[in-house]
Design a protein around this ligand. Structure first.
Ligand code: NAD
Ligand code: UDP
Length: 312
């Protein structure tokens, strides 16, 4: 087996830590780069004893020099409360992070995968969302720093590929959940599980009729690894998500039932530009990657609840 040297930016975050772990288990050498804005050392502390794992504090808005075979670019806060905390920094992270990683990939001839997002579809008017849909994004709203940052990053990836023949892959990731989400991350699954385990009110924003399709983190990691392994002429973008769609109210009810919680549901104001519905069309991923998610919501929620029980 050839041991590849792989850089994971945002590797100390929720998804990044699972990706680093899987890449190491597959026999690779992994360099994890993070500025710890939303990630934490705790997420990768168990990997530090592996001599093929290296952890580096670095901010992707400044250039980084290293020799690697592959780069997974995940550095960017993903939760609305965190990416809206400093919106200028968020868009800088997406855009300058993409430029720095693409410049690095160009120089060292590495393959580079971008963690893009279903947010590039905005509040979609096509359902389910296919990769050919251009999206419905507000350029000046609360979510724009993230949505437009990720859209600009996709443009940069495609242009570096066309202009400089950089080998790129774009994954459009839909809502993903699982162990190692930060308890104060603010996204819906971790919020509901943490609230339910503490018998606190479950905070539904709006009437709870908005939908999301939730993917368990292990399925995402498998999809990303398969995407990286595709032939150089396949760049994506490709959707990676679980097509099973639920309302936020259904999610709250499931979490209450699975935790046996005494929590009650309370309604809070719906944040501006909150997408009404979201569901991936994964035909392309299934054709090109031979991939589809294996872990359905209840099974994934049980694993996630078990994790939060241990840390709360
Ligand atoms: P996360 O917030 O847990 O992880 C992001 C990581 O990037 C953190 O460790 C953070 O400290 C790091 N980071 C942020 N800004 C940085 C910077 N300037 N320099 C270096 N590191 C920086 O979020 P996540 O859920 O693990 O998301 C990982 C990636 O996947 C993100 O790019 C996100 O946009 C994308 N994504 C995630 C989801 C999801 O549902 N989890 C959905 C779509 C896309
Ligand atoms: N949401 C909610 N209660 C919470 C957190 C989120 O009702 O405590 C809703 C949010 O308004 C959105 C959905 O759950 O409609 C998913 O939110 P999240 O922040 O997880 O991700 P998004 O898909 O909106 O980026």
């Amino acid at each position: 087996m050839i041991r590849k040297k792989i850089l994971v930016t945002g590797g100390a975050g929720f998804v990044g830590s699972h990706l680093c772990e899987r890449l190491l288990n597959d026999g690779n050498e992994v360099v994890c780069l993070d500025n710890y804005f939303t990630g934490q050392k705790q997420n990768v502390i168990h990997l530090l004893k592996n001599p093929f794992f290296e952890l580096i504090r670095h901010d992707v808005t400044t250039p980084f020099y290293i020799e690697v075979d592959e780069i997974y670019n995940l550095a960017c806060p993903a939760s609305p409360i965190h990416y809206q905390y400093n919106p200028i920094k968020t868009i800088k992270t997406s855009v300058m992070g993409a430029i720095n990683m693409l410049g690095l990939a160009k120089r060292i001839r590495a393959k580079v995968l971008q963690a893009s997002t279903s947010e590039v579809y905005g509040d979609p008017q096509i359902h389910p969302q296919v990769e050919t849909y251009w999206g419905n994004v507000n350029p000046i709203g609360e979510r724009s720093c993230y949505d437009e940052g990720k859209r600009a990053a996709e443009t940069l990836f495609i242009d570096y590929h066309k202009q400089n023949r950089v080998r790129i892959k774009i994954a459009r990731i839909f809502n993903t959940y699982g162990p190692r989400m930060h308890p104060h991350d603010g996204r819906v699954v971790s919020n509901f599980v943490v609230q339910a385990l503490q018998n606190q009110d479950i905070t539904i924003y709006g009437d709870g009729s908005q939908t999301r399709s939730f993917q368990y983190v292990d399925d995402l990691v498998e999809g990303m690894i398969r995407l990286m392994a595709t032939s150089d002429d396949f760049t994506g973008p490709v959707n990676l998500g679980n097509p099973n769609e639920f309302t936020i109210l259904e999610l709250a009810e499931k979490v209450i039932r699975l935790t046996g919680s005494k929590s009650t549901i309370v309604r809070m104001p719906l944040p501006p530009d909150d997408p009404v519905q979201r569901q991936p069309d994964i035909t392309l991923a299934s054709q090109v990657l031979g991939w589809e998610p294996e872990i359905q919501l209840e099974e994934g929620l049980v694993k996630t609840i078990d994790y939060f029980r241990t840390i709360l």
